[in-house]
Design a protein around this ligand. Sequence first.
Ligand code: S3P
Length: 442
Amino acid sequence: MWYRKPMSVANDLIVAPGGALTGSIVIPGDKSVSHRSVMFGALADGVCQVSDCLLGEDVLATMDAFRALGVKVDNHGDGRLTVHGVGVDGLKAPAAPLYLGNSGTSMRLLCGILAGAGLPATLSGDPSLSRRPMRRVAEPLNAMGARLSTAAGGTPPVVLAGGGRLTAIDYLLPVASAQVKSAVLLAGLYADGVTRVTEPAPTRDHTELMLRACGVELESVGGTVSLRGGQRLRPFDIAVPADISSAAFFIVGAAIAPGSCLRMPAVGVNPTRTGVLDIMAAMGARIDHGAPRLVGSEPVADLTVHGSALRGIDIPQAAVPLAIDEFPAVFIAAACAQGRTVLHGAEELRHKESDRIAVMADGLNALGIGTEVFDDGIAIDGGQLRGGEIDAHGDHRIAMAFAMAALRADGPITIRNAANIATSFPTFVSAARACGLRIASS
Ligand code: S3P
């Protein structure tokens, strides 16, 4: 067994203007499913094999955390993992604080698992993660009887005092968040009684699909998911689908660049994730879905995207949780569209790896695109993108979105603070180059 060092990405990138995206590219494994494969594999009663796992820094942080909790995780280096599950009651208290880098998913889901297991632990992260809201998990978990505290302001580090048996709760999520839903359900596995979580709008359901695949009985009715505590997870093998959130940059890049025709095989098209396809189609993008099929519990399709003339739209608010990670890319499509695109109901974007409304508006303005910023969204007036310099503020998705903007800019775009692309898409630069983006380290 050997470990592949994560591929690093330069902090400053420069992208030459123009060109088109053509050919076929491999999009790496889905980040949400990869995290859950490691976590649920660790909780299973036996050995689990994972293939096509994303080896980005965020998932590596999850692997390291579970190793510190006493779980053997073999990383074979090519997307295959062997996770030696210890059972829900087999985790050990970590000897040192768990450092989770940039990864909100690692931190929030681990809060649920550690609260359930009653293990004392401290969870910390990088400066971006250290600014993100954690009360949203601490409150429901404490209501179940856990003892979690956060720094003043509700941010990390999160400290779990350990001990205490949890009691099931009925919880209405105040925000549509799959991470909070998952944290409460995972704690519910350990609680006395039936835990019920109701979401205000549908969010990604990978936790529910994967727990069911592990033999956990879980009911989903009209926005409420329920599970009885005390259930165990059967070991499983899983192939991780390609990440639609990573594909989104190439979907937008191909759609905005005339002459593009780009194929991406086996992209996950779980309906709780495909808001970006619906938004882009409403803007006039041509996206063909080939060979729809199931990989394990997850639907996938081969996507082919053609360059098209786009028009601005009012984005339906129901699409927001279904496209929550794709808005940086969608905003670049809006900048290249004819007319105005308007988004409301997306205040959550301010709590991602950066404040994605403010940082995208600043970057678009620096490239000559007019915006109007709202507390809960943005309006973007399509126009001619200029070359220039933008600051990604260490947010992987902002950096990748602006790389695609160069396809329609009239000069080169320099992107500062881009190294965190390695958290979700360590092969982004080589994949982008292979299909026609003229991208280099600056
Ligand atoms: C995720 C849920 C979403 C998403 C994040 C991954 C998950 O976060 O933005 O990238 O894997 O459950 P929220 O639950 O905060 O919306």
